[in-house]
Design a binder for this molecule. Structure first.
Ligand code: HEM
Length: 59
């Protein structure tokens, strides 16, 4: 998943920055929708995968 997420933010962010976030799913949903508006190529299925992984790794 780190590879997929890194692909999705290309050079716009550092992985550490993304992994340092501690958001519930609802907040990730808002952020990822905004990142799509910012140009990130994330489809609906990838969005669910990324959110589940980011939220799951903090549990
Ligand atoms: C082409 C890809 C991307 C671009 C151009 C981009 C661009 C930006 C920009 C301009 C901001 C600051 C303004 C704003 O919050 O909208 C931002 C914030 C942020 N981005 Fe991205 N981003 C991209 C992909 C991603 C991805 C894939 C993730 C997560 C997996 C991500 C997570 C965040 C987070 C956590 C913030 C801080 C604001 C917040 O917490 O909502 N970004 N991004």
């Amino acid at each position: 998943m780190e590879t997929l997420i890194t692909e999705k933010f290309s050079d716009k962010h550092k992985l550490d920055f993304i992994l340092s976030q501690n958001k519930p799913a609802e907040e990730w949903s808002v952020t990822l929708d905004r990142m799509v508006k910012n140009g990130s190529k994330i489809n609906a299925e990838e969005k669910e995968l990324i959110m589940a992984w980011l939220v799951g790794r903090k549990k």
